[in-house]
Structures are given as structure tokens and as C-alpha cells.
Design a protein. Structure first.
Ligand SMILES: Cc1cc2nc3c(=O)[nH]c(=O)nc-3n(C[C@H](O)[C@H](O)[C@H](O)COP(=O)(O)OP(=O)(O)OC[C@H]3O[C@@H](n4cnc5c(N)ncnc54)[C@H](O)[C@@H]3O)c2cc1C
Ligand code: SF4
Length: 494
């Protein structure tokens, strides 16, 4: 049966069973369309990275003998919408069947289901063969019990036999967090990030000429990210060889001279499916088996992928579309302009934002405890924040962006994902970084002219949300502190 199969820009999984052998009756279609570039304003490296990787993927399929139709952004035949291009191809080539891989985003899932309904040919959705859980697995695992990442993670370790010794975790512990998470001391040498130096100037020109809105440093003539499977594998190899051995130890460290510290930078390759989570975790576990990394580092890394990544995806499919409306604290303030420019005297925010504009990347703690922390303390509307996080990071796709942003970072789901809000005063930022040392503001001051804004904002957040948070046992110490102090003592205790 003459079949048309759609491959989306984040479905570049060359090991999918679709591609095991070329079939003359099957044609694949891939498209660069405005409907996908314009739903939010994106960092230009994200647009270039995805289009470049899609082009490479299409060419690799053609080389293997598959039939591929590729609509580039500037193609005259491109109708700039997934549905219109598909309808047009079905009418033009007489396809009798339409197939697609289950998309990761609710928006696209709904769109493709509606598209299939309006077609008068057969259609079928395939699994993307990427994740280790199916869409409803997290919801089924917890049923009506409280969601807890740790429980899910342990089940996943057992189910996949990863870092297990029979039924028990190797080394006797599930979690090595206490050993990890140190500040970056002076003198620790961080290996330079592996960059790929592509020239994507032509593609950048096409994007500019088409009028797509974008921001950030394009790095078009020296593009650093992996844009095919071979490079993704190289990046994985580089991480395992040079970075994994210190990954966990400095996982939460932030430093003015180190944008990436010992992080893997694998999220783009993973989220576009150029890499499979199993091969990434296997590489780390093998390094541990070969004594190239200790257990604490390896477990810390496996936890992020087997635990957090799958868990957040499960929450996404359990709770969408309601999740994207949640605003537990009813925060309504607009996003400050300096989130788009980095121009602020707060050294931590300045670094996290400027680095994001430069590299389309910030690591987890910069996202969570600097920009996210500031936004939550200040009361920024989570809708605005979602758009920002979804646009600025090269790895941002809604299933993993919104759960991290609304859930983990903004507590907008009222505690479904995080047991208490991730908020802090200058103390935590100073503990994990060197930002405060050269900041215009004083990390110790609370009310004076140069007092760090995080300090007053922190206690204001605690105070103004008493009704919502004082019932949370994990917050009770903060309310005791607040209540036991007189107004002036409160200031002292800050
Ligand atoms: C507010 C906020 C927004 C975020 N938005 C995104 C996003 O849009 N896309 C995205 O992939 N991650 C997001 N994260 C999670 C995390 O920050 C990134 O996965 C990580 O920084 C990517 O860099 P890395 O590949 O160097 O990760 P590493 O630190 O090297 O971690 C290895 C891998 O573990 C996975 N991982 C680690 N932490 C998480 C997490 N919390 N959730 C899911 N997977 C995780 C990623 O696949 C990552 O590549 C967000 C976190 C926060 C706090
Ligand atoms: S003093 Fe405050 S604003 Fe400055 S870097 Fe430290 S936490 Fe950030």
C-alpha cells in the first residue's frame, strides 16, 4: 500500500524500526514549517540546530535507499503547515495510507489526531521507540497515590536492571546525592566543551530571509552543537571519557568562567532522538564498570535520565492539557526585560541569562536556582516564563520544558512535582557559585541600598504565601523563624 510517513524535527531516531530496510511503497516526509518555528520566539541556535539535524537525517535516509520528500523553509512548494503539506502530497501522489510517530508534544498530538480524522485514507500512529516508559506509565504506577520521583526511579532501576545487584542497588544505596553537589574549588580544571565548528551561514540566511522571529547569538559560521548521529555519539564519548568522573561532584556548581562545568550537553541530541537514553546510560555504566568513574558520579547521571527525564514525561502525559494553565501562586508580573538582554546588576542572573543568549544553554541549577528562583520569588507569570524557557534553550521541547518550569521550578502545580518550592536567598547561590564575590549587591545585606534582592524577595515570598505554604511540613521551619522573630529580629535572621 502506497504509504506516506511523517518524521518530525525531534524524531531523528535512525534506529527506529521504520528504517530497518528501505521499502519502495513507503515515502517519508520531513518539513521545515512556519507553524513550528512561530509558536514561540526561539533562540536562533535552536532553529538552526533542528533544521540542520533534520537535513542531515533526510540525507542519511536517502543514502540508505529510502524515499524522502523534504520541504525546506524556502521551498516554493512548502505551504508552511504540516497539515497542508500532507494533504497536498496525498492528493498529488495518491498515497493510500498515512503514518506518523507519536509526537512528544500535546499540541502536535492533538493536531495530528485531528488531521487523521479529516483524511479519507487510513492512518496509523507508531511508537517513537525512544522512551523507556509509555505515555501513561507514570500515571498508572502512582494511580491515586502521591507522585514521588524516588519511588518511580527505584522501580525503573529494578525494571531495567541498571546499577543493580539482584534486587538491591549496587553499593547498597540508591542515592549518592550527599557525596555530590560541591562548589567548584579554585584550581579544578574543567575540560573545554567538545564543539563541532559547522558552517550553517546559508541556513541562517534562509531563516532570516523567511522572516522567522529569533534571538540570541547564531554562531552560524562556527556552530557548536551535534547535528547528526555520529557527532552525538562523539559528544557522548567525550562526556564519558573526560567529564563523567566529576559530573556528580560538581553537578550543582556554578562559576563565572564555566558555562558548562562537567555537564554532558547531551540534552539536544537526546531530545531530538539522535541518541537513545539506553545507549547514553550504558556508556556511563560501562565507564563505571571499567573504573573510569565512581559509583556516585554514575548513579547521579543515570538518575537524571532514567529517573527525572522519564518521570517528567509521564507527568506531562498524565496532566496535560490542564498543566499548562496551572498558576498555584496566581503570579501575574511580566518577565523583566533583562531576561532578554542579561543587563542587570544581579551578577547571578546576568551570568545565567547572558550565557543562555550566547550558548542557548544553561545547566540545571542555573535554570532552577537562579532564573527560576528569581522568577518565583518575584512573582512572574508562569505563562511568560514558559515561553522564555521554551524559546531560549536548544533542548527545549514542551514535554520536558513545562514540567521542569511550571512544576519543578515554579511550583505552579501546587506541589505535585516538588515537595516544596525551590526558593532561596543569596545564601544558596553563594554556597554553590562564585557569583556573589563580584556582584554589585551585597549577599549579606537585607534592607540596605546594596542588599541582595534575593534576600528581601525570599522572605517576602515566604510571608505572602503563608496561607498556601504553612501547611507544608517541609516549610514549617521557615514559618517558625518568621513567627519567632520580632520585626527587627526578622531582619537580623535574614
Ligand atoms: C526551569 C527549567 C527548565 C528546563 N527545561 C528543560 C528543557 O526544556 N529541556 C530539557 O531537556 N531539560 C530541561 N531542564 C532540565 C535540565 O536543566 C536540562 O536537561 C539540562 O540542563 C540539560 O543539559 P545537559 O545535557 O548538560 O544535562 P546534564 O546535567 O549533563 O544531565 C544529563 C541528562 O539528564 C537529563 N536531565 C537532567 N536533568 C533533567 C530534568 N530535570 N528533567 C529532564 N531531564 C533531565 C537530560 O536529558 C540531560 O541531558 C529544565 C530545568 C529547569 C529547572
Ligand atoms: S549577591 Fe545576590 S544578586 Fe548578587 S550574585 Fe549573589 S545572589 Fe545574585
Amino acid at each position: 500500500m502506497k504509504t506516506l510517513r511523517l518524521i518530525l524535527g525531534d524524531q531523528l531516531n535512525s534506529r527506529h524500526s521504520w528504517f530497518s530496510k528501505a521499502d519502495d511503497s513507503v515515502t517519508y516526509v520531513m518539513m521545515e514549517v512556519r507553524s513550528e518555528t512561530d509558536y514561540v520566539k526561539h533562540h536562533i541556535q535552536k532553529i538552526i540546530g533542528i533544521f540542520a539535524a533534520m537535513r542531515n537525517f533526510a540525507n542519511a535516509l536517502k543514502r540508505k535507499g529510502h524515499k524522502v520528500i523534504y520541504f525546506s523553509l524556502d521551498d516554493n512548494a512548502n505551504k508552511q503547515s504540516l497539515a497542508e503539506n500532507i494533504h497536498h502530497l496525498i492528493a498529488k501522489h495518491g498515497f493510500q495510507r498515512f503514518e506518523y510517530m507519536l509526537p512528544d508534544e500535546y499540541r502536535v498530538d492533538k493536531y495530528l489526531k485531528a488531521l487523521c480524522k479529516e483524511m479519507d485514507i487510513e492512518s496509523h500512529a507508531w511508537d517513537s521507540e525512544h522512551f523507556l516508559t509509555h505515555r501513561q506509565e507514570v500515571a498508572e504506577f502512582f494511580e491515586d497515590k502521591q507522585y514521588l520521583m524516588e519511588r518511580f526511579y527505584r522501580m525503573m532501576r529494578q525494571k531495567h536492571g541498571l546499577l543493580m545487584d539482584g534486587n538491591k542497588p549496587v553499593g547498597g544505596r540508591w542515592n549518592y546525592d550527599k557525596q555530590n553537589r560541591k562548589k567548584l574549588p579554585q584550581g579544578v580544571k574543567v575540560p573545554a566543551p567538545l564543539e563541532f565548528h559547522h558552517n550553517h551561514s546559508e541556513l541562517f540566511d534562509i531563516i532570516k530571509e523567511s522572516g522567522v522571529a529569533w534571538f540570541g547569538n547564531p554562531k552560524a559560521d562556527d556552530f557548536p552543537w551535534p547535528v547528526n548521529r555520529e557527532e552525538s555519539l562523539q559528544l557522548l564519548g567525550y562526556f564519558v571519557k573526560y567529564l563523567l568522573s566529576d559530573f556528580g561532584t560538581y553537578q550543582d556548581a556554578m562559576h563565572t568562567n564555566e558555562a558548562f562545568v562537567f555537564h554532558s550537553r547531551l540534552s539536544f541530541a537526546l531530545n531530538t532522538k539522535m541518541l537513545h537514553p539506553n545507549e547514553v546510560m550504558d556508556a556511563a555504566v560501562n565507564a563505571w564498570k571499567n573504573k573510569k568513574a565512581d559509583l556516585a558520579q554514575t548513579e547521579g547521571f543515570v538518575r537524571q535520565i532514567l529517573g527525572w527525564r522519564e518521570y517528567l514525561r509521564g507527568i506531562y502525559w498524565a496532566k496535560m492539557p490542564e498543566y499548562e494553565q496551572l498558576n498555584f501562586f496566581e503570579h501575574e508580573l511580566p518577565l523583566p526585560e533583562y531576561f532578554w538582554t542579561g543587563k542587570t546588576k544581579m551578577n547571578c542572573v546576568q551570568h545565567a541569562v547572558s550565557q543562555s543568549l550566547e550558548h542557548a544553554y544553561a545547566h540545571h541549577i542555573q535554570r532552577l536556582m537562579v532564573t527560576g528562583n528569581f522568577a518565583l520569588l518575584a512573582g512572574i507569570n508562569p505563562d511568560e516564563l514558559d515561553k522564555w524557557y521554551l524559546g531560549i534553550y536548544i533542548d527545549a521541547f514542551q514535554w520536558v520544558e513545562i514540567t521542569n518550569t511550571r512544576g519543578m521550578s515554579q511550583y505552579a502545580d501546587g506541589g505535585l512535582l516538588a515537595s516544596k518550592p525551590y526558593v532561596s536567598s543569596a545564601n544558596y547561590i553563594d554556597k554553590m557559585s562564585n557569583y556573589c564575590q563580584t556582584c554589585y549587591y551585597n549577599k549579606k545585606q537585607k534592607t540596605e541600598d546594596k542588599a541582595c534582592p534575593f534576600n528581601a524577595l525570599y522572605w517576602d515570598f515566604i510571608d505572602r504565601n503563608r496561607e498556601k505554604l504553612s501547611v507544608n511540613q517541609r516549610m514549617s521551619m521557615m514559618y517558625c523563624l518568621l513567627d519567632n522573630a520580632s520585626h527587627s529580629r526578622k531582619k537580623q535572621s535574614w
